[in-house]
Design a protein around this ligand. Structure first.
Ligand SMILES: [Zn+2]
Length: 202
């Protein structure tokens, strides 16, 4: 079984991917994690990735495609990939996806969830003042580092992320809808209920 999860930032798709991986014994493949891991290892490819990130640009599709393809198995859940039509066409060229779940959340909820995010300046750990607050205000539980608001999580940053998400995702969703494998899920509900809804399709 091969699943794809699509959703805007803070839709909770990462958590759902983790739960699905556990329940159905699937490999959880997060495109973001793969890119970060490659960068951390400092490989030739990692250095190229770093270059794009430093310039605040998207990593080219060819690199992300290659990283994901290397990790793909017969039973996996893809999280944050494909994020545009080019990547979806690439995926289609070598494998078949069974279900695509779109986790819908309103703009209001996205702003609310993302504005509550705090990141550690030192180790990068991420907190949420509502759902996962640090034990001590403004301080990282893991390393004691100072917590701050990432540029991505400011009002302007969120607006730009949503603009790009809409632009890239619209054609992707149309593509999967025409294939008849797109299922829309209400992501405003609690994690457990979102999960049960997804499972009901499988
Ligand atoms: Zn820390």
């Amino acid at each position: 079984m091969k699943l794809v999860l699509v959703g805007p930032p803070a839709s909770g798709k990462g958590s759902q991917a983790g739960l699905l991986a556990e329940k159905f014994n699937l490999k959880h493949i997060s495109a973001g994690d793969l890119l970060r891991e490659e960068k951390r290892k400092g490989t030739k490819r990692g250095k190229i990735i770093q270059g794009y990130i430093d310039k605040g640009q998207f990593v080219p599709d060819e690199i992300t495609n290659e990283l994901v393809k290397e990790q793909m198995t017969d039973n996996c859940v893809l999280d944050g990939y494909p994020r545009n039509l080019t990547q979806a066409h690439f995926l289609e060229s070598f494998t078949k996806i069974d279900h695509v779940f779109l986790i819908n959340v309103s703009k209001k909820t996205i702003y609310k969830r993302l504005s509550a995010r705090r990141s550690c300046l030192n180790c990068g750990a991420v907190y949420n003042l509502i759902t996962n607050p640090p034990k001590e205000k403004g301080k990282c539980d893991v390393c004691g580092g100072k917590l701050y608001i990432r540029k991505d999580d400011t009002k302007e940053g969120i607006k730009e992320r949503l603009r790009l998400y809409d632009k890239n995702t619209k054609p992707l969703l149309k593509y999967y809808k025409e294939k008849g494998i797109l299922r829309e899920i209400d992501g405003e509900q609690p994690i457990k209920e979102v999960f049960n809804k997804i499972v009901s399709y499988l």
